[in-house]
Design a protein around this ligand. Structure first.
Ligand SMILES: O=C(O)c1cc(=O)[nH]c(=O)n1[C@@H]1O[C@H](COP(=O)(O)O)[C@@H](O)[C@H]1O
Length: 239
């Protein structure tokens, strides 16, 4: 089974044994993995070293959100790990995103390595309209996703994380080169879990997503390799 760079499998587990089992089981069918808070807080940078040894691309998803200096310094450190892509929260603001972009570029230049892509999370895919309005913003959720995407682009981000439901609008205003990463992907019939703004893999790709982040529909499946195979099939047939 050949892999597809558009699929990023979220390794939301908390020990190296499970990581190794999954990566071995998925073999050549997956070339891109996401390491998030659960795994990174549990095992630290050894997972990055391991995935690099396996020649995998890595999205290190730690969603930094703090004052510009703190985020910049944190990202400079993370840049040294050699991940393919890093992220921050767009709601940290324009100056924070600028500081983030600058810090990653400076560190990569200093180390003479390829600069990791840096993307901004717009509004979490778990959030629905009711939860959004409870936060007190007087703007439509999807409008805010578009606004944050434009702000992120202006601040020098390479792309955004958004739901597949907003991908088409983001592409329309930010262009084809701007990377759109969509979690909230559920193959038809799969459990929705804590996600809200979801779509199938095929729909997400049609809407313009460059990468699909998929976790539990693969990692919690009885047969993760078969789950990947089915998802890849769906991506190819209907994309
Ligand atoms: O930045 C992310 O990756 C992310 C942003 C977002 O808005 N929603 C979201 O679900 N994610 C991540 O994407 C993954 C989705 O996992 P599943 O819901 O299991 O497919 C999780 O690791 C989340 O941390």
């Amino acid at each position: 089974m050949s892999c597809d760079q558009r699929l990023i499998v979220a390794l939301d587990v908390h020990n190296m044994e499970t990581v190794q089992q999954l990566v071995e089981q998925l073999g050549d069918s997956v070339s891109y993995y996401k390491v998030g808070m659960e795994l990174f807080y549990s095992v630290g940078s050894q997972v990055i070293t391991y995935l690099r040894q396996q020649n995998k691309d890595i999205f290190l998803d730690l969603k930094l959100h703090d004052i510009p200096n703190t985020v910049g310094q944190g990202l400079a450190t993370l840049t040294q790990l050699g991940a393919t892509m890093l992220n921050v929260h767009a709601s940290g603001g324009f100056a924070m995103m600028q500081a983030a972009a600058r810090a990653v570029k400076n560190k990569a230049d200093e180390m003479q390595v390829q600069r990791p892509k840096l993307i901004a999370v717009t509004i979490l895919t778990s959030m629905n309209a009711d939860e959004w309005s409870a936060l007190g913003y007087n703007v439509d959720l999807s409008q805010q996703v578009i606004h944050l995407s434009q702000l992120a682009q202006k601040a020098g981000m390479d792309g955004v994380v958004a739901s597949p439901q907003e991908a088409a609008q983001i592409q329309a205003v930010c262009g084809n080169e701007f990377i759109i990463v969509t979690p909230g992907i559920r193959p038809s019939g799969a459990a929705i879990d804590d996600q809200s703004r979801i779509a199938t893999p095929a729909r997400a790709l049609k809407n313009g997503a460059h990468h699909l982040v998929i976790g539990r529909p693969i990692t919690a499946a009885a047969n993760p390799r078969q789950a990947v195979k089915d998802i890849l099939q769906e991506m190819r047939e209907r994309a």
